[in-house]
Write a protein that binds this ligand. Structure first.
Ligand code: NAP
Length: 311
């Protein structure tokens, strides 16, 4: 029997995704009809982007899964009409992109590249050779699909790696901490802090006046996670005092970041416009097709979101 799949994402994504999804369905042995307009009562699965116009899931009475195109689910997880299983996106392309972005920005600060990129003044400074990675402690907050891949990649450079998660983790070459009590230990003395936590009520203001006091003086904060993970006033104060030397921020409480926000003009803040990484259609379609195959075979869906924890 043909499975009806509704594509509920901005129309601009349709041209890219439709042919790739159809090919992935065929590769996975799925007989599916993909459409932008499947009637709700006939829809078996929804390929979903949280910025789509579909916000009321009530009429989708036979839907067996909402398959999110994004890794972050904070815009949908609390939707009271969503009673169907929700899977988030874990995509090799998205992960690889995040690893490259995080390693690039970490190495920028580790190597002190700004010294030579900006303000060249004709002075030959021989005392600017960077330390080795093994002389620096990097702390990754969030050890999920993205955080663990980034920690693993940074470990290959030789950084002293720490990580923090909600539940205990074992990662080779990474000193792991967990739970509320583990956060201060994870941060104490760290030189570079990378945030890859989801946006949930528990993770809001993970970096605040108290926690920002724990890293080494002049530490660097890199946030490709979500804006609310940081108390912005506390970060600005820590930048002002020199406790934090630089912040590279990709995500913000309000996006686009308003043009008069102090982050734009701050000499020790780098703003990037939520581009750290994106779902790549070429690889993501296989995750979606595999989940539909699983759903039809009565197997549990991959990457199911836990509504209680919010991620
Ligand atoms: P994930 O696999 O769900 O991992 C989340 C990690 O955060 C897990 O290690 C989890 O701990 C930990 N965590 C959650 N709540 C916590 C808490 N209260 N205390 C301590 N640790 C907590 O998510 P992911 O795929 O790695 O993605 C992470 C986030 O990256 C997404 O939610 C999204 O916000 C962001 N993102 C940003 C971009 C961008 O372009 N800027 C792109 C994609 C994703 P456990 O392991 O114990 O569950």
């Amino acid at each position: 029997m043909t499975i009806n799949v509704l594509f509920a994402a901005p129309a601009k994504d349709w041209d890219e995704y439709a042919p790739l999804l159809r090919a992935a369905f065929s590769d996975h042995g799925i007989d599916a009809a993909l459409s932008l307009e499947t009637p709700p009562e006939e829809t078996d699965y929804i390929v979903y982007a949280p910025n789509s116009s579909l916000q009321d899931f009530t009429p989708f009475t036979r839907c067996k899964g909402v398959l999110n195109l994004w890794a972050g689910v904070e815009q949908i997880v609390q939707n009271p009409t969503l009673t169907q299983p929700l899977a988030r996106m874990v995509d090799d392309g998205l992960t690889q992109g995040m690893v490259e972005w995080v390693c690039g920005h970490t190495l920028r600060h580790h190597l002190g590249m700004d010294t030579h990129l900006f303000g060249q003044d004709g002075i030959w400074r021989e005392d600017t050779a960077p330390p080795l990675a093994s002389d620096r402690t990097v702390c990754v907050l969030g050890l999920g699909a993205l955080g663990s891949a980034c920690a693993n990649a940074l470990r290959q450079f030789g950084f002293r790696m720490r990580g923090w998660s909600r539940t205990p983790k074992l990662l080779e070459g990474v000193t792991c901490f967990y739970g509320t009590s583990g956060l201060l230990d994870a941060l104490t003395g760290a030189d570079i802090i990378i945030l890859l936590l989801p946006n949930t009520p528990e993770t809001e203001n993970t970096l605040n006046a108290e926690t920002l006091a724990r890293p080494a003086r002049g530490a660097v904060v890199i946030n490709p996670g979500r804006g609310p993970l940081i108390d912005d006033d506390a970060l600005l104060a820590a930048l002002e005092s020199g406790q934090i030397g630089h912040a590279t921020l990709d995500v913000f409480r309000t996006e686009p970041l308003p043009s008069d926000h102090p982050y734009w003009a701050h000499p020790n803040v780098t703003v990037t416009p939520h581009i750290a990484s994106a779902t790549r259609a070429k690889t993501a379609v296989n995750v979606i097709a595999e989940n539909i195959r699983r759903g039809e075979a009565g197997e549990p869906l991959l990457h199911l979101v836990n509504r209680d924890s919010g991620y």
